[in-house]
Design a protein around this ligand. Structure first.
Ligand code: SF4
Ligand code: FES
Length: 243
């Protein structure tokens, strides 16, 4: 396939940034989106140009590192991560625009690479348990209602990619934060710290410059792990209980 690429170039956080273009003549339909960007970089390198900087690690939809905005959609046209998106979802001759996540909480470091450490600081503020749960047999001996175990598992599917923030008109990270709060709050081991957790994580969320939630729902639509909007309601319930 022939693909016309428009990609974001930015040398550092202070740079205004701009779009550049390049045409790839022989992209395989079976190639993943990141393999197509690898091909772009081989061609840029051969022409003596700077390769395009982008993040990736597992390339298996697990680590959450690869997020970019593709034709205006976080992770592109499918409900999946950028690394699991394949070129068969595009047509010969298509023009594809690639940009970094755009949010105050995620400064652009270079080209498509953003600083995602705001998420680490939200987790550090309360996304953990500090009670002693003993060894594995002790943890297994604590009964957990099946419905709670399944909901906690659903919340644990969040990979911290940040697509929810990129999709949100307010740049809110409430879906990410709610997934962490719900995950731990539903389990017996997470209950002793549940009040401090939700308050501290929300305070850190706001301090990082993420916006408030107005129930737009764009976050859940963009989430590659289908974390449901319902978790934000569950987070709000945790806030009410905390006060
Ligand atoms: S809630 Fe979904 S979109 Fe947001 S960080 Fe987690 S996996 Fe990514
Ligand atoms: S590279 Fe790990 S989720 Fe895409």
């Amino acid at each position: 396939m022939k693909i016309n690429l428009e990609f974001w170039r930015q040398t550092d956080p202070a740079d205004k940034g701009h779009f550049e273009t390049h045409t790839l003549e022989n992209v395989e339909q079976e190639a993943s989106f990141l393999e197509m960007l690898d091909q772009l970089n081989e061609e840029l390198f051969a022409e003596g140009k700077e390769p395009l900087a982008f993040d990736s690690d597992c390339r298996e939809g697990i680590c959450g590192q690869c997020g970019i905005v593709i034709n205006g959609d976080p992770h592109g046209p499918e409900v999946t991560t950028t690394c699991q998106l394949h070129m068969r979802h595009f047509k010969d001759g298509d023009t594809i625009t690639v940009e970094p996540w755009r949010s105050t909480g995620f400064p652009v470091l270079r080209d498509l690479v953003i600083d995602r450490t705001a998420f680490d600081r939200i987790v550090q503020a309360g996304g953990y348990i500090s009670v002693n749960t003993g060894a594995a047999p002790d943890a297994h001996a604590i009964p957990v209602r099946k419905a709670n175990a399944e909901k906690a598992f659903e919340a644990a599917a969040c990979i911290g990619c940040g697509a929810c923030v990129a999709a949100c008109p307010n740049g809110s990270a409430m879906l990410f934060t709610s997934a962490k709060v719900v995950h731990l709050g539903l389990l017996p081991q997470g209950k002793p710290e549940s009040k401090e957790r939700v308050v501290n994580m929300l305070m850190q969320h706001d301090e990082e410059g993420f916006g408030g939630c107005t129930n737009a729902g764009a976050c859940a639509s963009a989430c590659p792990k289908e974390v449901p909007l319902e978790f934000i309601s569950m987070l709000n319930w945790e806030v009410l209980k905390a006060f």
